[in-house]
Design a protein around this ligand. Structure first.
Ligand SMILES: Cc1cc2nc3c(=O)[nH]c(=O)nc-3n(C[C@H](O)[C@H](O)[C@H](O)COP(=O)(O)O)c2cc1C
Length: 319
């Protein structure tokens, strides 16, 4: 796939996941075969107000060769101002979030709420396209609810407004993350536009990946929850043999995070990642209960290392 003049290689992308796809995890997923990763969604408004915490989200790792930033908001002029910032201009692609279902986002006219307001969504895309020569992409859902599925119309609007590619997670906003991503709808979106279409939703292994490609004929695939505790999914879907070295991935993620955050912050953030890694092991009940109570990062890492180094391949749950 090519977006603007950005050439992708294997068309596998780590999906943006707020609170999850930190700089360290993105880097690990790229090591494990993803072409690139999308940052967590970042508030366009917080960027133009120069919120220091928000700027931390713009850091990228050395192996992020294709850098994709996702912005959210609802005001075209704010988006345009954010896109022009030098810190934003270092990204190769700027993606606009038009799919987030969370109440605090949609109640503020942002995320999936934009699927109910095509004129505003169009103005936002146009404002971003006018503000930069970088490709602008849009990520959206099937529609707001089952009675208002408008992904095909929305995709055509995105293309007409100047989007260089689109990603569709084919659940409605009302579904949040329940039910299934409607791959048949993704196929219809793909056949209705000429820009690249990236498919999102429910790739958990090679079989589901192959089926998604065959069903939708999409140009690229984003993997989100399937990568949690299993960043090797990117190699797995490509048929690359994956070695058992879970601790190395945790160590790498933490070492990158340590350049930016305190150990206290990291340990709280990493607990969910620890639990996702441990989900893969049969005999992990006790350590799962223990790991969330350990107050320090160094002790948590020691406990994880001890467990993972001694776990055998036979302890791994077949996924
Ligand atoms: C914890 C979590 C956070 C997410 N945050 C974002 C986000 O910031 N921006 C976005 O476009 N999608 C977000 N998503 C949606 C994913 O990018 C993806 O489209 C969705 O999870 C379906 O793909 P999957 O089945 O591979 O997880 C999030 C999903 C999860 C589970």
């Amino acid at each position: 796939m090519k977006i603007g003049n950005i050439q992708f290689h294997n068309n596998l992308i780590l999906a943006p996941m707020a609170g999850v796809t930190d700089i360290g995890f993105r880097s690990v997923c790229i090591d494990e075969g993803a072409d690139c990763a999308v940052t967590e969604m970042v508030s366009a408004k917080a960027l133009i107000y120069h919120n220091p915490k928000t700027f931390e989200l713009l850091e990228t790792a050395d192996n992020e060769k294709i850098k994709i930033l996702q912005l959210f908001g609802f005001e075209p002029n704010v988006f345009a101002e954010a896109v022009r910032l030098p810190e934003v201009q270092k990204f190769d692609i700027i993606d606009i979030n038009m799919g987030c279902p969370m109440p605090k986002i949609v109640n503020n006219f942002s995320g999936a709420a934009l699927m109910k307001n095509l004129p505003l969504a169009r103005d936002i895309i146009r404002a971003c396209v006018s503000a930069t020569t970088k490709p602008i992409t849009v990520k959206f859902r099937a529609g707001w609810d089952e009675n208002s599925i408008n992904a095909v119309e929305f995709a055509k609007m995105c293309e007409e407004a100047g989007a260089a590619a689109i990603t569709i997670h084919a659940r409605t906003r009302e579904q949040f993350y329940s039910g299934q991503s409607d791959w048949e709808l993704i196929r219809r979106v793909k056949s209705s536009v000429n820009i690249p279409v990236i498919a999102s939703g429910d790739v958990l292994d090679k079989a589901s990946y192959d089926k998604l490609i065959a069903t939708t004929h999409c140009d690229a695939v984003m993997i989100g929850r399937g990568a949690l505790g299993k960043p090797t999914i990117f190699d797995e879907v490509r048929g690359v043999d994956v070695p058992l070295n879970t601790y190395i991935k945790i160590d790498k993620q933490v070492n990158i995070l340590r350049k930016y955050y305190s150990d206290d912050t990291i340990v709280k953030h990493m607990r969910k990642h620890f639990l996702w890694y441990l989900k893969n092991y049969r005999n992990a009940k006790a350590i799962k209960a223990e790991i969330v109570t350990i107050p320090t990062l160094s002790e948590s890492l020691a406990v994880m290392k001890n467990f993972l180094d001694t776990a055998a391949r036979t302890d791994i749950v077949q996924q």
